[in-house]
Design a protein. Structure first.
Length: 460
């Protein structure tokens, strides 16, 4: 047995390499990690204690936390009682061996049971948010701020904000009426009013037409070059439409309605589509250069998430290196999509040699398709590992899983704070030693589970 989530204890062996932290997506250093990833059996026994029906889950049951705690306490109580009998010499050696075997078997059944009936979400698994049946983002989290941003928070540098200041002067004492015009204030209190004024500006250009008295020719004033027709839309309207359609993913019809409410003009959906295509063509060259830079990067992160296109599931494939991000949409999630985009299949072609250390590193969530490409090394995403460990903790709360999760998070923060993406020799040695000790603890707590072939999905 191994992780309750279904990835082997060996899965995160070798996460550290050199002095960097393995593949926290969006962070600095990343290195390859290899190991087994065994999937959990499909059938597990049930127990009656602590059980309740999970409505809305297709009839599947879900163990309550109180039930799990009760079962663990009962098992531990029986173990302590047996230990007392053994210490008193009332248990034979054969019976002690038999009890230990039965205790290990019960632990195995418990772990499988808790794993099977621990709900998975985007917080404790690789499930994308779109695959969760409820909106987790709408739930308030413990410790979350319930009030607005603080006064000293920096505004978005891309925001177009006009700031005006008004001083509220004190001219007399509110108690005795003394004149305070010549008294300097000893402090100030500031309150901010944020408002948005939606104003549509129309610039009307009138071209004069004059007839020459000498030759009777008609001369008209030339319009600016960007006014090619009787009605044009400025960059502000186009930018807002692109933001609605692309960034906010607002449908064409609703975007047209919003713009009509703001400007009083009905903009055809074909015009909106034309603006999107204009941006698409303008970004062709940028995308080509971005892909070339990704192929040159020593570390590239890859991920995918689902999205609905015309009521059908599609997949957004993301390739990133630092601040450089390229996203592409495809109906498929696997090899067909990767070959169509031709980024990951070419990653590693420009390596200086065939040695493992010379290969660039692809960081991902162990989706099986990524392992088809051997021109690069592979590393497991630290963020996904942390979420998988959370599912282990939710299911059976083993000590080693909690320690490993804390170690990965603390080391990630330490790497980020270092400023150059690596740990010092002394710090890395301590982290590596603790990492190996936690793995040994996990192997001692949970013996390995027999391997199982994976037909699809994440690598076995």
């Amino acid at each position: 047995m191994f992780f309750a989530y279904g990835i082997g204890i060996e899965s995160i062996t070798g996460v550290f390499h050199g002095q960097g932290l393995s593949g926290f997506q969006g962070d600095g250093g990343a290195v390859p990690a290899a190991g087994r990833h065994d999937a959990a059996p499909r059938c597990v026994p049930r127990v009656a204690s602590g059980w309740r029906r999970h409505h809305g889950g297709g009839g599947r049951g879900m163990m309550t936390e109180e039930g799990r705690k009760s079962i663990r306490e009962q098992l531990e109580q029986h173990r302590e009682e047996f230990g007392k009998l053994k210490a008193a010499g009332k248990v034979s050696a054969e019976m002690a061996v038999l009890f230990q075997a039965m205790y290990s078997l019960v632990q195995l059944i418990m772990t499988l049971l808790f794993e099977r009936h621990t709900p998975k979400s985007s917080a404790n698994s690789s499930f994308p948010s779109a695959a969760i049946p409820f909106d987790e983002g709408a739930k308030s989290q413990p410790g979350a701020r319930s009030k607005g941003p603080k006064m000293d928070e920096e505004p978005d540098p891309h925001a177009r904000t006009e700031v005006t200041e008004e001083s509220i002067e004190v001219t007399h004492c509110q108690d005795c009426g003394e004149d305070l015009c010549g008294v300097e204030p000893f402090s100030h209190e500031e309150r901010v009013l944020v408002d948005i004024e939606i104003v549509t500006r129309e610039r009307r250009f009138r071209s004069e037409a004059k007839r020459c008295p000498a030759c009777r020719a008609v001369t008209r004033g030339p319009f600016p070059e960007h006014l090619s027709g009787p009605l044009q839309y400025g960059n502000g309207v186009i930018a807002m439409a692109i933001d609605f359609l692309i960034s906010q993913m607002v449908p064409l019809r609703r975007t047209a309605q919003v713009l009509h409410n703001m400007t009083g003009r009905r903009i055809a959906e074909a015009t909106l589509s034309k603006w999107v295509m204009r941006v698409h063509r303008a970004l062709d060259e940028w995308e080509r250069r971005a892909i070339e830079m990704l192929l040159e990067a020593p570390v590239m992160h890859a991920d995918e998430t689902s999205i609905r296109v015309n009521r059908k599931k599609h997949w957004i494939h993301v390739c990133s290196a630092g601040d450089l991000v390229v996203k592409k949409c495809h109906p498929k999630r696997g090899e067909e999509a990767l070959r169509a985009f031709d980024i990951i299949p070419r990653f590693g072609d420009r390596a200086s040699g065939d040695e493992e250390d010379a290969k660039p590193v692809l960081v991902h969530d162990r989706w099986a398709t990524y392992f088809l490409y051997d021109r690069c090394s592979h590393a497991l995403c630290g963020s996904h590992l942390v979420r998988n460990l959370q599912h282990v903790i939710d299911a059976s709360a083993p000590c080693w899983a909690q320690r490993m999760q804390q170690l990965l998070i603390r080391t990630c923060h330490a790497v980020n704070r270092s400023g150059h993406g690596i740990l010092g020799e002394t710090r890395f040695g301590k982290v590596s030693s603790l990492y190996d000790a936690i793995l040994e603890q996990g192997r001692a707590e949970l013996p390995p589970r027999p391997p199982r072939k994976s037909s699809r999905g994440q690598a076995p």
